[in-house]
Design a protein around this ligand. Structure first.
Ligand SMILES: Cc1cc2nc3c(=O)[nH]c(=O)nc-3n(C[C@H](O)[C@H](O)[C@H](O)COP(=O)(O)O)c2cc1C
Length: 143
């Protein structure tokens, strides 16, 4: 089964809500989604078809764990996979762009732009997250 792993961080839960919307889309498209709030432990991505990385923007940057996962041993696991960034923001929303660039540095097949959502997604914004999840599965399957 097609498998998508989502690794994320959040301060107040909004980015988690973005992740949940994306997962609903992934599952609706018939793929498996694994949600992993990053806790510093190594995440095995060897059997993942795509990896999504999410962070809110704080002070024009993603959360510090982003540097940790891309620059360390974890970073080698991203190479060559389908990838996309997501996150919630309140002003400029730079985190999603920064994560997208890091994914390109790791030769990922990146969906650009990623899914940046103003504050907490619901209604129409949540539906956009679902569609984004579906589009990821479409990309993996070459649709
Ligand atoms: C201290 C602080 C700094 C922030 N800095 C930014 C920023 O530079 N750019 C931005 O777009 N949003 C900024 N925000 C807004 C957050 O990105 C926004 O509240 C987001 O929904 C938080 O997502 P989370 O619930 O996943 O942590 C800031 C919020 C706080 C509390």
């Amino acid at each position: 089964m097609t498998k998508v792993v989502l690794i994320y961080g959040t301060g107040s839960g909004n980015t988690e809500r973005v992740a949940i919307g994306i997962i609903e889309g992934i599952e609706a498209a018939g793929a498996e989604a694994i949600l992993k709030k990053y806790d510093g432990e190594f995440v095995d991505l060897s059997d993942a078809d795509a990896v999504l990385v999410g962070s809110p923007t704080y002070n024009t940057k993603p959360m510090p764990f982003i540097n940790h996962i891309f620059d360390g041993k974890q970073g080698d696991q991203f190479d060559g996979k389908v990838g996309a960034a997501f996150g919630s923001f309140g002003r400029d929303g730079k985190a999603v762009q920064i994560i997208t660039e890091k994914m390109k540095e790791h030769s990922m097949d990146v969906i650009d732009p990623g899914m940046a959502v103003f504050t907490r997604p619901n209604g129409e914004k949540l539906e956009m997250c679902r569609k984004f999840g579906e589009s990821i599965v479409g990309k993996i399957k070459g649709l």
